[in-house]
Design a protein around this ligand. Structure first.
Ligand code: G16
Length: 543
């Protein structure tokens, strides 16, 4: 086999964001763009020689082409073996599992997650390390440094490999093993949950709708929910992955999963609804006439996890990202287990999970997961909910109202202001930072500020420090507003304003969420002078 060393030039802007490098698909399709990033990744980890990797993606446009490029580069860089999902498909949690199960040196996951796909939309590449989790900042910084000095990459001059047939193939000296994308993941799920109990639930007439949003979880949900657990026909919808997600936005939230929301907000709707995103790591949970915020979902899962076999002995601790509501902290307090607050990004949970300090983690951005893999896992969350529902034999509304009665309710919503010019977003954030020292004691919209800071994190395992992780403003009323710029967008800046109000009294637990957050929203807008910066006050998306 011939390998060539191709001369190249550094390409601007290849800094991985919250979760890998995400850009417009056409940017990735430029000659040398993907190649530079992949070579930089190999260089940053001390080369690919003799190593084994997992490669797969969510099937979006350019997935299969990118995989061929990576395979040819891996062999030219001396890799020993690459495990690929059949047809190039692997959900992010399934890829994490394969990395761990096969004790590989890491993996390349091709996805822009919840961002739309297609030639005019988004693509992404992420490197996961040998623990199965997203590379920590030390590695993503090293990859970025390599992208800035790269002058050549190696690639094999050979035909494409057949990634549609399960089996082992050779490409030069390297083995390519094409595997069923679902089987090992399904076996892992069966080892964590009481599948018999869930089968009984469905057999007794329990109804569910799972919206795979034309993305990667379709094959997984069909195999597990329909074929193995006996969920009725029609349970899984939009279950065939499409390159452009049928022109949809595969982000499981009430805005983009509107079809599911409309079905569920109805007295005749199914008992339980769920959706997952482009690459299968996010989840949305909804009951008949009740939407469960990701923060509440995390709290309920932590409080009830012991009902599933894998967590019957209790949890070692729980971690949530900073903008996620404090609902799970209250449960951890009551259970007497540790709770951690990390920056946004699943990569920050890796050390805590590896060190056994936490068992379950979650984020407001619709991610929940446990120590079974090192990624958030959409179907895992759905199955844990099903296991809990099978044990408690109560409705979603009963479970939620009971939870709030015990712990109080954290009303919560995230308001996104999208495609803002970057300079305007930066000015708004730096204006807020300047104000921080004087905010405590001041009153805005009737709420007095009790604390305000810019969040920094010291990793309790390796001592690494991450600064500038968002602005937190706490109010004496039990409210909180958080401001952050998204690290996953591909167009301008997205300002995220996270609003929360804790209400302990049961009598006040049936308010409409946005209503309950009115004062915090007004205070947040006043403090940030949002209207004068953005020329508007209403967000593009509220979740
Ligand atoms: C990624 C990260 C998550 C993060 C989310 C939102 O999710 O893995 O940890 O919460 O982005 O990030 P941001 O607010 O910076 O846009 P995913 O599902 O896109 O990989």
């Amino acid at each position: 086999m011939n390998s060539k060393v191709v001369s190249t030039q550094p390409i601007e802007g290849q800094m991985p964001g919250t979760s890998g490098l995400r850009k417009k698909t056409r940017v990735f399709m430029q000659p040398g763009y993907l190649e530079n990033f992949v070579q930089a990744t190999f260089n940053a980890i001390g080369g690919a020689s003799g190593k084994t990797f997992v490669v797969g993606g969510d099937g979006r446009y350019f997935n299969a082409t990118a995989i061929q490029t990576i395979l040819k580069m891996a062999t030219a860089n001396g890799a020993e073996k690459v495990i690929v999902g059949q047809d190039g498909l692997l959900s992010t949690p399934a890829a994490s599992h394969l990395i761990r199960m096969n004790k590989t040196d890491g993996g390349l996951i091709l996805s822009a997650s919840h961002n739309p796909g297609g030639i005019e939309n988004d693509f992404g590449v992420k490197f996961n390390t040998a623990n199965g989790g997203p590379a920590p900042e030390s590695i993503t910084n090293a990859i970025f440094a390599e992208t800035r000095s790269i002058l050549e990459y190696s690639i094999a001059a050979t035909d494409d490999v057949d990634i549609h047939t399960i089996g082992s193939f050779s490409i030069g000296e390297m083995t390519v093993e094409v595997v069923d994308p679902v089987a090992d993941y399904q076996a892992l799920m069966a080892s964590l949950f009481d599948f018999d109990k869930i089968r009984e639930l469905f057999a007794n007439g329990f109804t569910m709708r799972f919206d795979a949003m034309h993305a990667i979880t379709g094959p997984y949900a069909n195999a597990i929910l329909a074929n193995s657990l006996g969920a009725p026909k029609g349970t899984v919808t939009n279950g065939v992955p499409k390159e452009d997600f049928a022109n949809g936005h595969p982000d499981p939230n009430p805005v983009w999963a509107k079809e599911l929301m409309d079905l569920m907000m109805n007295d005749n709707g199914p008992d339980f609804g769920a959706a997952s995103d482009g690459d299968g790591d996010r989840n949305m949970i909804v009951g008949r006439n009740i939407y469960v915020t990701p923060s509440d979902s995390l709290a309920v899962l932590v409080a009830n996890a012991h009902l599933a076999p894998a967590y019957a002995d209790g949890l070692s601790g729980v971690a949530r990202s900073m903008p996620t509501s404090g609902a799970s902290d209250r449960v951890a307090d009551k259970l007497g287990i540790a709770s951690f607050e990390t920056p946004t990004g699943w990569k920050f949970f890796g050390n805590l999970l590896d060190a056994g300090k936490v068992t379950i983690c979650g984020e407001e951005s619709a991610g929940t997961g446990s120590d079974h893999v090192r990624e958030k896992d959409g179907l895992w969350a759905v199955l844990l909910w099903l296991n809990i529902l099978a044990e408690r034999k109560q409705s979603m509304t009963e479970i939620l109202t009971d939870h709030w009665k015990t712990y109080g309710r954290n009303y919560y919503s995230r308001h996104d202001y999208e495609a803002i010019p970057t300079d305007i977003a930066d000015t708004l954030m730096s204006g807020l930072i300047e104000k921080l020292p004087d905010l405590v004691g001041q009153e805005f919209s009737g709420l007095k500020v009790s604390a305000a800071d810019e969040f920094s994190y010291i990793d309790p395992v390796d001592g690494s420090v991450s600064h500038n992780q968002g602005i937190r403003i706490f109010f004496e009323s039990g409210g909180r507003a958080v401001f952050r710029l998204s690290g996953t967008g591909t167009e301008g800046a997205t300002l995220r304003v996270y609003l929360e109000q804790y209400v302990p009294t049961e009598a006040d637990h049936s308010q409409e969420t946005q209503q309950a957050l009115t004062q915090v929203k007004q205070a947040a807008q006043q403090i940030s002078e949002l209207a004068s910066h953005l020329g508007r006050t209403e967000p593009d998306v509220m979740t």
